[in-house]
Design a binder for this molecule. Structure first.
Ligand code: ADP
Ligand code: MG
Length: 253
């Protein structure tokens, strides 16, 4: 049986009077790729924040490989193997592509600030190792030929792929992707899909939030649908596509 990687158990999130997530439960198996869809404001990004550790849920549990993690700080979750990208592009435009990915390696190394400033031999060795890991990730995603250029010079689609490479630098077993093709021009969408397939083929489980339905259905065998913070449907693409509550949520009927 495949290992249970993530268990979201009756998770609630309240912001003042607003119930952003209401007793939401679902699971994700190791190595799987799962879609998370729902209209704007459904609670998708809020759920990512709860899983990644931006804020603790106001109720419920998040288990990762059987361990309750909902009270752990974000950096500890990264070390356990959870990585994420953000809905809005978050790259350092003045750094090179390679340096942007190296930023993602820091969670795995422990040199500390003083060691970094003094450039101790140990620190130099760590930096060389980070460079290798970062380059490997760029190679996996077909971006190695852009390693030395400024991130600000990338196309929008390439910048979104760069964010995925940076998330991979921590060698996650679970990758949360928040709208990886939002704003990406039509001609670059297939390239991002290919990147996601490659990451998943390496064994990394992916939880994918995306508005582009064709994109989600093309990548995910299993999909969870949220509306107003509640799970209204889940299942294979066909089940979800034909579910009356899903149609109602999207068409506003
Ligand atoms: P989605 O990503 O599905 O579009 P979000 O998770 O961003 O939805 O938002 C869900 C709801 O929670 C929205 O009504 C949003 O305004 C609200 N919300 C999200 N984050 C906060 C916050 N930090 N403070 C207050 N309300 C928030
Ligand atoms: Mg969102």
């Amino acid at each position: 049986m495949p290992e249970m990687l993530l268990e979201v158990e009756r998770v609630s999130m309240r912001f003042g009077g607003l119930q952003a997530l209401a007793e939401l439960s679902f699971v994700q198996q190791a190595g799987s790729i799962q879609g998370l869809i729902g209209p704007n404001g459904a609670g998708k990004s809020t759920l990512f924040n709860v899983i990644a550790g931006v804020n603790p849920p106001t109720g419920g549990h998040v288990r990762f490989r059987g361990q309750a993690i909902e009270r752990l700080p974000a950096y500890q979750r990264i070390r356990l193997g959870i990585a994420r990208t953000f809905q809005n592009l978050q790259i350092f435009r003045d750094l090179t592509v390679l340096e942007n990915v190296m930023v993602g390696c820091h969670s795995r190394f422990h040199g500390g600030m003083f060691a970094a400033m003094l450039r101790t031999p140990r620190m130099r060795a760590e930096e060389a190792r980070m460079r290798d890991i970062a380059y490997d990730k760029l190679e996996l995603l077909g971006m190695a030929h852009k390693a030395g250029i400024q991130a600000g010079a990338l196309s929008f689609g390439e910048a979104k792929i760069l964010e995925i490479a940076r998330a991979l630098a921590g060698e996650p077993t679970l990758l949360l992707l928040d709208e990886p093709v939002a704003g990406v021009p039509h001609g670059e969408v297939a390239q991002v899909a290919d990147v996601i397939r490659r990451v998943n083929a390496q064994g990394t489980a992916i939880l994918l939030v995306e508005h582009n339905m064709r994109f989600v259905m093309g990548l995910c065998a299993h999909i969870v649908v949220l509306n107003h913070g509640c799970k209204i449907a889940e299942g294979d693409t066909r089940t979800v596509r034909t579910h009356p509550d899903v149609l109602r949520a999207y068409l506003g009927a």
